[in-house]
Write a protein that binds this ligand. Structure first.
Ligand SMILES: C[S@@+](CC[C@H](N)C(=O)[O-])C[C@H]1O[C@@H](n2cnc3c(N)ncnc32)[C@H](O)[C@@H]1O
Length: 423
């Protein structure tokens, strides 16, 4: 009876032997067959004596998985090697997909082990300081298998979310514009002075490091073997080191004492429990600030500000505001303002245009799920199926406005009580 084979999916780290894990070396030593892209095979060539070695080209990725499975079925121990971590943009995924599609299960006599390695983002980060000490994400700019709109959406979300961003596969001979587009998207949300570290061939013989500003990123020497690390809004570059603060300055002074209102070992005053009382304090301190402006100040959806008002109590009032949720159907919404002399209906576009209409509640017509306003000069159609929450808001004890919000807490539209056309 032939012994059961094994597939070892081995991340060999960035390229230098010192940065390869003990288990990765052991796994290669254990293997009868070593399979990999020719460059990776070269990186471990002095560990391959007496082994069957199968080198594959860049485009033969699925062949590598098929060969590994075929050899394992013959009872051999197969190590498939990949740079960095084999589970990060590596062969672990395609190999598992192939195995599962072939009817393999984890109970199969052929055992599979993923051996983790230091991925490019952590290896490259270690060469330039400490850029990843706060939330970060990695995005591959390769559109060989991923549509560009998906990549662009991820870049946009990462930029808006103020993540430190590691770009894998930033540029190749044929893919030269992707890094330019990535720079344009990031610059929509981040300062041109944001520090960027560009690490080429980290821990390999041709290692090259450039420390630049985001505005210069796309003009730098970037290739297939480069990882680009882009700081967040608090990252800084000093002594040629890219550092992202952990956030100690949000809580402690330079002498180690806590800032006013903060406690050691407790969430920040702007933490999950506390931040809504900070919103209420802000409303107390800025009685003239309108609610959309408060939402912009905290960079949170308007729905969160209204929730903070809803949770106001005697000990933590929301300035001059009170709020109650109302059912988001046409009947209930129009009931709230049936006796208001005029409504100032406000619609804001994502692009910043603001439409303000002075109407009466009876000017609204209900048609199925739609709330419509049709005047000589303007037609407004609101699909109430897009309204996830609605609030009635009082200011200084008087009825003030009705807010219709979508499932993200952003306003679909809102209307305020207006005493007369000139109000
Ligand atoms: C297909 S991905 C493989 C990633 C690999 N599995 C890992 O975890 O690092 C290839 C990309 O990894 C990055 N990369 C891999 N090794 C690198 C190195 N030594 N220095 C800089 N970047 C590297 C580059 O962005 C390259 O385009």
């Amino acid at each position: 009876m032939t012994k059961a084979g094994k597939i070892l999916l081995v991340g060999i780290g960035p390229g230098s032997h010192e940065h390869m894990t003990f288990r990765a070396r052991q796994a290669i030593a254990e293997a009868d067959v070593v399979i990999g892209y020719s460059t990776y095979i070269k990186l471990v060539k002095d560990l391959l004596d007496g082994k069957e070695v199968i080198k594959k080209g860049m485009t033969e990725e699925l062949d590598r998985s098929i060969e590994a499975y075929e050899h394992a079925k013959q009872g051999k121990v197969v190590a498939m090697v990949s740079s960095g971590d084999i589970g990060v943009y590596g062969m672990a995924g395609p190999t598992y997909e192939l195995l599962l599609e072939s009817g393999w299960t984890p109970d199969d006599p052929i055992q599979v082990e993923v051996v983790p390695g230091s991925t490019a983002l952590s290896s490259c980060a270690s060469l330039v300081g400490a850029p990843l000490t706060h939330d970060f994400c990695s995005i591959s700019l390769s559109d060989l298998l991923t549509p560009w709109p998906v990549i662009a959406r991820r870049l946009e979300s990462a930029a808006r979310g103020d993540f430190v961003v590691a770009l894998y596969n930033p540029k190749s001979g044929r893919r030269t514009q992707h890094i330019v587009e990535a720079q344009n998207i990031l610059l929509r949300h981040r300062s041109p002075d944001t520090p960027v570290a560009i690490v080429k061939s980290g821990y390999r013989s041709l290692q090259n490091i450039q420390m630049v500003r985001l505005a210069e990123m796309a003009d730098c020497d970037i290739g297939m073997l480069t990882t680009v690390l882009i700081g967040n809004s608090s990252s800084f570059c000093r002594e040629n080191l890219l550092i992202t603060p952990r956030g100690y300055r949000n809580k402690y002074q330079e002498d180690g004492s806590t800032l006013d209102g903060e406690q050691s070992g407790r969430s920040l005053s702007m933490g999950l429990e506390g931040w809504k009382s900070q919103v209420r304090q802000y409303l107390q301190d800025h009685p003239d600030c309108n609610l959309p402006a408060v939402a912009r100040h905290f960079e949170m959806p308007l729905g969160e500000i209204l929730d903070a008002i809803l949770a106001a109590d005697h000990d933590s009032p929301a300035g001059c505001y009170n709020a109650q949720p109302v059912a988001a159907d046409a009947e209930h919404l129009l009931q709230q303002c049936a006796d208001w002399p005029r409504l100032r209906v406000i619609v804001r576009s994502a692009g910043g245009a603001i439409a303000e209409l002075l109407v009466k509640s009876c000017d609204f017509q209900r048609r199925g799920d739609w709330l419509n306003l049709e005047t000589e000069h303007l037609h407004l159609h609101v699909d109430l199926r897009n309204v996830a929450q609605a609030y009635r808001v009082q200011k200084n004890g008087e009825e003030w406005g009705v807010f219709l919000l979508d499932s993200h807490g952003e306003p679909v539209l809102y209307w305020l009580k207006a005493a007369s056309v000139n109000n």
